[in-house]
Design a protein around this ligand. Structure first.
Ligand code: ZN
Ligand code: ZN
Length: 258
């Protein structure tokens, strides 16, 4: 992992967003603007544009203005603006797979992170529609326009990264490969390349070294006289602390997560 470890009096962590960005950069074959727009419009109630209604159809079925007229019963499927991804899954267009989910309390992440694979099985497209009530304030809208056409989402595997302990924030979405791409291989690669559960400590003078796991600040001696607690570490400076080894005079201990 090529992400800097932050060391301070009350901090021993890596930036979750940096780790997710690094993972997405490693997986990215291309960007995924069409699906990214759909996710932005469906996942954030009121955040993107609360007034836009989203409809979808398979890629070969055109959606024109009359197809989304108020009161149309046999028009394209309406995607709820709170959980559009689940609805696309129910309609059989895609499946969703959890690749990684880690909290800040059980790792060295400064906040939680999640990575999700979205496997699109059938091509589809969407339109965003704005309805207006000009003449009457109740009943069906009397004016409407298709305001956005994000384009066709083709069958393939997309990977989406997010961070946050309580409320998650999108970090990015990338095209990762063809629809048959093995998500177990992605899970394995993330675990191997982005270990956020182990922290190594090494003295630059005497070479003593320690390790800690699962977000703990207790460092176990690997080649050193004793364990030490990061809370008791002295003379913090430039991401290092004073070496706790009894015979080491001025060694500095550096930390690396991963
Ligand atoms: Zn030392
Ligand atoms: Zn120990």
């Amino acid at each position: 992992m090529d992400v800097e470890t932050h060391v301070g009096y009350h901090e021993l962590s890596v930036d979750a967003q940096d780790t997710v960005t690094e993972i997405l950069n490693g997986i990215r074959m291309a960007d995924a603007p069409a699906l990214a727009t759909v996710l932005r419009m469906t996942d954030r109630p009121g955040g993107y544009d609360a007034d836009t209604s989203l409809y979808m159809a398979d890629a070969l079925t055109k959606i024109g203005r009359e197809d989304v007229a108020p009161g149309t019963v046999d028009g394209p499927a309406y995607l709820d603006d709170t959980d559009g991804l689940r609805e696309l899954e129910k309609l059989g267009y895609l499946t969703v797979h959890d690749l990684a989910y880690q909290t800040s309390s059980s790792s060295y992440l400064d906040e939680g992170r999640s990575l999700t694979a979205i496997r699109v099985l059938r091509p589809f497209h969407t339109v965003g529609v704005v309805y207006r009530w000009r003449r009457a304030l109740i009943g069906p809208a009397d004016e409407w326009d298709i305001v956005t056409r994000p384009g066709v989402v083709w069958p393939c595997v997309y990977v989406r990264g997010a961070v946050g302990d309580y409320r998650s924030r999108d970090v990015g979405l990338v095209y990762a490969g063809p629809p048959e791409l093995d998500t177990d291989a992605l899970i394995y690669a993330i675990r191997e390349d982005s270990d956020v559960f182990t922290c190594h400590a090494v003295c630059d003078s005497c070479g003593a070294d320690w390790y800690a796991t699962d977000g703990s600040w207790t460092f176990h001696a690997n080649q050193a006289h004793a364990d030490f607690g990061f809370d008791d570490a002295r003379r913090h400076a430039a991401n290092t602390v004073l070496c706790p080894e009894p015979l080491c005079v001025s060694g500095r201990v550096g930390f690396t997560v991963g």
